[in-house]
Structure formats: C-alpha cells, structure tokens
Design a protein. Structure first.
Length: 315
C-alpha cells in the first residue's frame, strides 16, 4: 500500500497548510474562509506539529496548539465552534477536541489503541474516526463527547479515513479488504458497504463535494515502481472518474472549498510538499502555501447555511 499512510501516518515528519489565494491568473481568493491546518514550522522537534488557523488569503495565521507533540489532522465542527484533531501528546494517538480559539483541549479517546482521523457528522452530534493500527484499523463512530464508540466496518482488512456525506446518510472511507486500497461508501450505521472505485490501481483519501454529488479522491498511477498519485473526481455512485491533476510529482489530499468551486490539494511538484488550489474542474492550479515547511491541505471552515449556494447544505 501505502504511500499515503507514509505521508499521513508513518512519515508524520511535517504536514500542514490549507489556504486560498490567487494571483489574478490562477484560482480566485476566498478571503473569508478560515482554514485549520497543521505544520512543523514552529516546532522544536522536526516530527512534531501544531494546529493553526488562517484566513483564506493566508493572513491572520494563529497557532492553536503548542507544537510540543504531534497534533495534526484538524477538522472543523459543522457549526465552526470546535475543532477535532489527532494528538500523540500522551504517548499514543487519540482524538481530541478544542474550542475554535484553541482553548479547552480535551481527549475524547484514550489508549492503548491508536485513535485518529476524525470526521464530524453534519449535525455535529457524532464523530467518525479510525481505531487500531495496520490490519486492525477499523472505522468507528462515537458521540461528540467521546461516549458510546461503535465499530462500523467490522472487517479483517484495513479501513481508514472516514468522511461523512453532507446529508449525513453515508460515510466514505478507504479500505484494503480487496487486496489493494479502494474508496468505499457505507450507510451511516455501517450497513451497505460498497466499493466505489473497484480499480486495479490504489485509491485513497476521499472527500465529498459540499452538495454531495461528487467525491474527490487520489488514485496511484505510474509504472515500474514509480508512484504518481493524482487527484480525481467521480460521481458519488463511483461513476465517471475524471483526472484533475496531471503532473509527474505526487498530488494528494484534496479538500473542497465550502462553496464547491475550488479544490485545495497537496503537491510535491516544487520539490517539497506544498498546498495548491485549483478550480473544481482541475484548471488553474496555483501554489498557495509557498513555505519551506512541509505543508498539507486539511480542513476548511464549513460554509454557513445562510450563505450556501442553492442545492448545497453548507457543509
């Protein structure tokens, strides 16, 4: 498998930044969208990360955690009041939650199992997450206060990276149960687990469009042992996959903008991992992080319902 696990799990040597900007030639600026990201830029140890906030134009960068441990994978709650994230500050991976200003950092799970990669339900009442390592990794769901964890996948293969659909009815996730990494979807109660990609190539890191009609994901291409991860988009039923990026370097970790018009993603085309922004059709990719640290796209503040475009639910 798993370059993406080496990027997102085993090689947590520096991951960070999701922004939105433009130079007049590339993707347009989304200045009011607040982004949670994580970075090693201020950490005393190279493999430590802190969680930050910034505006969509790159301004007002604020550190929320102290960077003295591995704090990463921040995810906004639907109402924007809280951020869930993964932390190894206690010697194991646990799901934490904090207020949007960084206060009241509280563990929702506790060891010895690895608990990580959280996703809020659209109503904010539940959090899906991964528990376990290697082949023991499963997708669970718990109440937003950490109570009543329930195993949804119950499968011998590795199941990872859950993400809730905007209407709350489904959860997309990555599974290796078929011998390679594929994008699956299931009902929110764990029933109806279905392979959407069903392709000999490896796929991972799925994310729903705000209106729930599309899923962006990463497909590993390349030959002769040379990995070439590219961002794709497909209909929510798995049909009509379309490649959005086309570069010899690795492109991964796509994240939709709240209005669905843009996709942020991580690219290594400049020699290090940088965050890029492109239009939702793949046009006008623009480097927006431009930082010597390793930067990775992560989580956009949900769009308020009052500002949602017709047909979108604002998640």
């Amino acid at each position: 498998m798993r370059h993406w696990l080496k990027l997102g799990v085993a090689a947590m040597t520096a991951l960070a930044l999701l922004a939105a900007c433009g130079d007049g030639k590339g993707s347009e600026t989304l200045p009011d969208a607040t982004i949670a990201f994580f970075s090693d830029r201020d950490s005393s140890v190279a493999t430590y990360f802190a969680v930050y906030l910034m505006k969509g134009d790159g301004s007002e960068q604020t550190r929320l955690t102290d960077g003295q441990a591995r704090d990463y994978w921040p995810v906004w709650s639907p109402d924007g009041s809280k951020i869930a994230f993964t932390s190894e500050r206690d010697g194991y991976r646990a799901v934490y939650v904090m207020n949007a200003d960084g206060s009241e950092q509280t563990a929702l799970t506790s060891g010895p199992a690895w608990d990580y990669w959280s996703s809020w339900s659209p109503d904010g009442s539940k959090i899906a997450f991964v528990s376990g390592a290697g082949d023991a990794a499963e997708v669970l769901v718990m109440n937003a206060d950490g109570s009543n964890p329930i195993n949804l996948t119950n499968n011998a293969g590795t199941d990872l990276s859950p993400v809730w659909s905007p209407d709350g009815s489904k959860i997309a996730f990555t599974s290796e149960r078929d011998g390679n990494s594929e994008i699956y979807v299931m009902n929110a109660d764990g029933s109806g687990q279905t392979n959407l990609t069903n392709d000999p190539a490896e796929e991972y890191w799925s994310t729903w469009s705000p209106d729930g009609s599309k899923i962006a994901f990463v497909r590993r291409l390349g030959a002769n042992g040379e990995a070439n991860d590219e961002v794709f988009v497909m209909d929510a039923d798995g049909s009509d996959p379309i490649k959005l990026t086309n570069n010899a370097a690795l492109d991964y970790s796509p994240i939709w903008s709240p209005d669905g018009s843009k996709i942020a993603f991580t690219s290594e085309r400049d020699g290090n991992a940088e965050v890029y922004l492109m239009n939702a059709d793949g046009s006008a990719p623009t480097n927006i992080s431009k930082n010597p640290a390793t930067d990775m796209a992560q989580s956009w503040l949900p769009r308020p319902a009052s500002a949602a475009t017709p047909g979108a639910d604002g998640s």
